[in-house]
Design a protein around this ligand. Structure first.
Ligand SMILES: NC(=O)c1ccc[n+]([C@@H]2O[C@H](COP(=O)([O-])OP(=O)(O)OC[C@H]3O[C@@H](n4cnc5c(N)ncnc54)[C@H](OP(=O)(O)O)[C@@H]3O)[C@@H](O)[C@H]2O)c1
Length: 252
């Protein structure tokens, strides 16, 4: 299934493209010659990313989209096909965190986290898949998290474990179809999502995730963990979960 592809000329939908990892991924892929469809809710921020890409000589199309809305998601894919001809790659990146301890979260907030982080990715993938399967060509890359491998914040981790389950299952179902499915699982990255955390200024920037996504398009594989120094902690969680309970427990 894992055939090498090129970013140049590929039509890529990036969700959550108005800031952070999504905006950087869109800029990186456009720099490498991709045609990028930018999806997120904030119209001005999205237009700013579109402008920056076009000013640098790239091709981008801002499409204000709420991934919680099935009809908006269907329109996103239809419009991308109208403008760019097809969809080669989906980058499921839109995501939100939980700002409070689980017992303090409102029901609506819990539902929103699941809808954006998990259902949103499932809907965008579903909308883009028929065209990819018809052409026996495509890639679906989902931005999960180290929190989908090491349980941390309950609501957020639930969605990222779920997103990994979705992607890994879809990867098996699509074996042999020409459509690859991959995950990128970042650790802490310097973006608006982590702004305000202690030491956030020293975190690696979103460009390392953007480059990992470009590599996954060119050389599809199951999962990339970035930065790679999180791999030790992931093994420790698997082999010594009771130690991880002690280290991570009661932290919020
Ligand atoms: N930063 C980290 O340390 C880190 C680590 C691991 C994984 N991640 C994952 O990386 C992804 C990007 O996060 P980030 O750090 O770049 O944070 P960010 O800068 O806050 O970006 C989140 C993006 O998601 C979009 N979004 C939120 N709700 C949406 C909705 N209903 N429909 C469409 N788009 C929506 C936001 O755009 P609008 O508000 O304009 O809609 C924004 O563009 C997330 O999935 C996050 O879980 C981040």
């Amino acid at each position: 299934m894992a055939t090498a592809r090129t970013v140049r000329g590929a039509v890529v939908i990036v969700t959550g493209a108005s800031s952070g990892i999504g905006a950087e991924t869109a800029r990186e892929l456009a720099r490498r010659g991709a045609l990028v469809a930018l999806a997120a809710r904030r119209v001005e921020e999205l237009a700013g990313v579109e402008r920056a890409i076009q000013d640098a000589g790239g091709q981008a199309l801002a499409m204000p989209t709420d991934v919680m809305e099935a009809r908006a998601v269907a329109r996103l894919v239809e419009r991308t096909v109208e403008v760019f001809g097809q969809v080669d790659v989906v980058v499921n990146n839109a995501g939100i965190g939980a700002r409070l301890r689980y017992d303090q979260l409102a029901f609506e907030e819990i539902a929103r986290i699941v809808q954006v982080n998990l259902l949103g990715a499932m809907l965008v993938s579903r909308a883009a898949l028929p065209g990819m399967l018809e052409r026996h060509h495509g890639a679906i890359i989902s931005v999960a998290s180290v929190a989908g491998l090491i349980a941390t914040d309950p609501a957020y981790s639930a969605t990222k474990f779920g997103l990994r389950g979705f992607a890994l299952g879809l990867r098996r179902e699509l074996r042999g179809t020409g459509v690859s499915v991959s995950l990128v699982s970042p650790g802490f990255i310097r973006t608006p999502l982590t702004a305000g955390r202690r030491g956030s200024g020293r975190l690696p920037g979103p460009e390392i995730v953007a480059r990992a996504i470009a590599r996954l398009i060119e050389h599809p594989r199951r999962e990339a963990v970035v930065p790679s120094y999180y791999r030790g902690a992931i093994w420790a969680e698997r082999l010594l979960p009771f130690v991880a309970d002690r280290v991570l427990g009661g932290r919020r």
